[in-house]
Design a protein around this ligand. Sequence first.
Ligand code: UD1
Length: 417
Amino acid sequence: MKDTLIIEGGYPLYGQVRVSGAKNAGLVLMVASIMAEGETILDNVPRIRDVEVLIKILEDLGVSTRWNEDGSLSLYSPSGGLRSKTSYELAKQLRASNLFLGALLGRQKEAAVSLPGGCDIGSRPMDLHIKGIQALGAEVSLEHGFIYARAKSPRGGRVYLDFPSVGATENIMMMAALTPGQSIIENVAKEPEIVDLANFLNSMGARIRGAGTDIIKVEGVESLRGGRYAIIPDRIEAGTFMIAAAITGGEVLVENVIPTHLHPISAKLQETGALVRETDKGILVKGIENIAPVDIKTLPYPGFPTDMQSQMVALLCLARGSSVVVENVFENRFQVVDELKRMGARIKVEGHTAVIEGVNGLLGARVKATDLRAGAALILAALAAHGSTVIEEAVHIFRGYENIEDKLRSIGAHVLR
Ligand code: UD1
């Protein structure tokens, strides 16, 4: 039962809540740390399940890790080289383990990564990652569920991504950082986590320009050095708390945010009528009684993030009218709909589109978190519902939200684990 959350709904949330370091930046920076020999210290690494799994993978490869008293994470990569194959048992628990492909190729010119697991939100292929590392001289084969890659004489190259994949951009950028010559990667992802990775690698001695735009140019260097770096705040966690304020009709100051990273979310939340104000301490969100319906299309950054789609659907269940939500990034992101319907939501899904007809109220029910963001959406629905909601398989939520129950409780939610 410890992976079950019980929420008594109907209490507006008030107060302030502090956002943790970004899961998706933390994971890739931890992986990238292996590209330098010696010690790297990361600040703001969230204490979440995905990070715990990644620490096990790193240790399995030969990295020593330690949580320091000040909350930072030390990662020590020995000079003698690392194991270059990730274990299937560990990698299947974490999609981001595929990022070792670029990091290991950069550092020791060979890598074998298990085809990854993680959230079941779509087919999540690796073709773009592979195309990119091949353009930089890697030979790749797929055998027994592993991607084997070796680069005998890697050299800078030119890559055009058919879709701005976050993971592919990160893998290619990491390999390119330690590949001789210039690499040009076009139509890359522009997510803030990409910029954080480039800044981190540059702080280690890499020469990367253009992160945050459509084209990234990398001049390969011979080696990277360890150092200390602070991870950006988690914009998805922030967005989730912003909706928690809106859906309960409360007022919450969400602290430790980079407001520009939140603009795609703030803009949509404002369209629903919620009050969103940037202050020097964070983002203040105030809910209103009559939530207006809005239409949303998920898109790569700076479009509306797919990682906030389920949470927004939860909010729109209570809007005064119909909203249309189109999912353009992951095909299975509407699994949450059936769970929300158990709480009284009226939603129709046709392919990539959900039509949500607002209802006057939701009712607590027994539901199941099918993936990380679906779980977050169920928490939000439960906070606004009448009666109590039991969320099973909440382990998905703990993969990505640090201390979620404590944080929610601190702003007045009635939550039990
Ligand atoms: C990352 C995030 C995830 C977020 C997603 C989109 C991490 C650890 N995870 O996942 O939280 O939801 O970005 O913002 O950072 N694709 C291909 N071929 C490829 C790679 C991707 O077709 O080789 C497709 C995928 O199927 C998907 C789309 O591209 O439809 C986006 O995927 P991608 O940006 O790669 O997501 P991830 O890096 O897996």
